[in-house]
Design a protein around this ligand. Sequence first.
Ligand SMILES: [Zn+2]
Length: 201
Amino acid sequence: MITLPKMIYKNPERGNVKGKCVFCTETTEYGFKKVFSGNFTGYNRLFEGNCICEYCNAFFREQKYRKSNFIVTKDNVNFLKRVEILENLLNLPNPPFFIYLTFTYQKQGWLGNFDRISYSGKRFYICTEKNVIYVEIEKLIGYIEFAKELREYKIPKKDMLSELSVNSLKKLEEAGKRDLKEKLEEIDNKNLWEVIVYGIE
Ligand SMILES: [Zn+2]
C-alpha cells in the first residue's frame, strides 16, 4: 500500500521492532516502539498495532509536516502558503498525490489518514486538520468562482461560513445580487467550502 510517509521517505532510518504499525496498519521488520510525548493528543486516531513503522516514524518526527500545508507526490513535497492553496488546487500535479491543509498550523491532522492518496485529478481527497474531504473538480471550480464573487461585493469570510449579516445582505441588495444569498444557502459540501473560504483573498 502506498502511504503518505512512503511517498516522501524512500530510505528512512530503521528500528528493530517487528509488528504492525499503529499509524498505517502495515507490517514491518524495522519499526520503532510506540512512544509518545506527554502532549500527544492523537490516541483516538491510532490503529491497533504494536509499533510505528520506519516510514511513519520518519514522517511523524518531522515537525514541518504538522506546521504546513502541502501537496506530496512521489518525487516532490510542495509546501504552500495559505494564499497559494487555491491556485495549486486548480493546478494539481500528476497523481498519485496527497493534499494536506491546516487551519491552525498545530494539529497532526493527517493522523489516521495516511492512506488518503488521490489517484485522479478529477475526483480526489483533501485531508485537512479536521476531516478528509472528497472533492469533485467541477464543484471546486464552481465554489472558487462563487467565493470570488462574494468577495467582490465585500462579504466578510465570517458571513460566508455562517450566514449573511444585515450589513452583508444590504450590500448584495444594493448590487441587485440578492440571489447570492440563496446560492450561499445551497452550498452542500460545507467542508470543501470552508477550505475555499480559507484560501480566498
Ligand atoms: Zn506506518
